[in-house]
Design a protein around this ligand. Sequence first.
Ligand SMILES: Nc1ncnc2c1ncn2[C@@H]1O[C@H](COP(=O)(O)OP(=O)(O)OP(=O)(O)O)[C@@H](O)[C@H]1O
Ligand SMILES: [Mg+2]
Length: 597
Amino acid sequence: MARGRGGEISEEDKKRKVSGKSFKEALKIFRFILPYKSWFIIGLVFLLLSSVTSMAFPLLAGKLIDAATGKGPYTIGQLAITLLAILFVQGGFSFMRITLFANVSERAMRDIRLHAYSRMISLPMRFFEQRRVGELISRLTSDVSQLQDVLSFTLAEFLRQLITLVVGIAFVLYLSTQLTLFMLAVFPVLVVAALLFGRFIRKLSKKAQDELAAANVVVEETLQNVQIVKAFTNESFEVNRYGTALEKVIGNALKAAKYRGAFVSFIIFALFGGIVAVLWKGSVLIQQNALTPGELTSFIMVTAFIGGAIGGMGDLYAQLQKTIGASERVREIMEEESEVSLNSETKPIRIYGEVAFDNVTFSYPTRPDVEVLKGVSFQVEAGQKIALVGYSGAGKSTIVQLLMRYYDLSGGNVRVDGKDVRTYDLRQLRHHIGIVPQEVILFGGTIRENIAYGKPDATDAQIREAARKANALEFILSFPEGFDTIVGERGVKLSGGQRQRIAIARAILKDPAILILDEATSSLDAESEKQVQDALDELMKGRTTIIIAHRLATIRKVDFIYVISEGRILESGTHEQLADLENGLYQHLLKLQFEIE
Ligand SMILES: Nc1ncnc2c1ncn2[C@@H]1O[C@H](COP(=O)(O)OP(=O)(O)OP(=O)(O)O)[C@@H](O)[C@H]1O
Ligand SMILES: [Mg+2]
């Protein structure tokens, strides 16, 4: 019956009403088939042909039996050869249908995935903050697979069953009206009962599966954090927890098994009972010479076909609900407004690097009632270096994110070279800003690929030079694979300081007009910090630079320092000015660090 590739139907989808409107909306996604429509139509023709020829089996099988008992105009040999020929043709039809549909559905799904992904990756930051990565991935994988199931399987199945049903009933009516009426009174009721029973059992086994999944969470969590379990010597506590979870699984599984047993008995008794009833009625008709044995054979076979078709149609509604849900989730992404257009080319522009924040207020879209910046104003001349300092959570990283235009402001404006950042093409703007972020996360590939991310067309010599300037060359060459070292998922195979130097190399390679260093040297030891600081000093020459630093020693030389506190600029000036400011926050922070060091 149902082939649950897309998994069980979710609660959310189950509640979905299949209305004409939602159905029509869902169909929109199938516009991706249009480029392949001729293949699709030919596939449909083959589907039709194979469904109709499959009805020849019961017909010919009955004739064969009649021929054996000396009735009917054909010989056994003729019929057997015809059956073989049909078998052959039928095989050909099915082959064509499946490969054609696969061609259409695989290509259309590739188009949908690519389209949805290119939309997704160019959506603004706020979109990603409102959704979990796993959920987005499942839209590209399981939701699209569900659509594919419909195209390559459900639709074909539905049409086949519909044809079987119509042709089958016409056929049995032709064989014997009396027996057909008898059959129709008994059979559909039993099939529907079996269907409902089956659904109930599936629900029960789903519950058992969910509980098994819950039990698995215990294992997963504890194995991942095995150090913590051991540190607290909570081994036996966890064993008990797992045991309790398993008890629940067994309780439900056994209950499901009981119903499953009852279901099988029901099928044997009722469904086969139904067939026996038709057989009995048919035999009586044969006795009265109203039917030949061959016709009864054909009749029974077609009846089984019809039963199967009714059963298959029952699952159709659930499939439809799932498809509408999947289509909605995929289309939702396609209809979001992206922040950059991947298709249009933009003219390169020149940016000198003058930056101005003018009374900027801002709240993150996910927390609209918390004002993170409350009127921030400052100016940086092209080529100047400024520093932002302040307590953790003051809003420093937020300021640079706004410069990158990751988010839109609530009030005020941010200007680059005197022009509002909103007037720039986003790609051009970001092209001229280089950032060494607070938390460096690398891609899973090689060191070379990670550095070249700053400039995809960089030569090996340029990459090497950037690594040297970032003081990363030494450790890179100390790995046996050098630049081809795989850094592991998110860069886990490198130390924090090594990752940071790769990020610096990346920024050096990008050669931007505006450079942002968000705690760029925070995970380096004193010696490497000095070396990297030298590299950064070199890198900062002639560029507008915004440095965020907790270690105040690293920012003595900047032109201007802004002390941020709770979303406001509290103090500003050069290091000397701020250090002399009595009872100032900067002076306080300086003293604290002096005491620590
Ligand atoms: N994506 C986000 N969504 C909602 N709130 C956020 C987000 N990022 C940061 N915040 C909040 O905004 C405030 C300022 O954060 P920000 O990262 O700018 O601080 P920071 O000054 O860089 O701190 P640190 O020195 O620890 O890096 C914090 O209260 C933080 O909780
Ligand atoms: Mg920060």
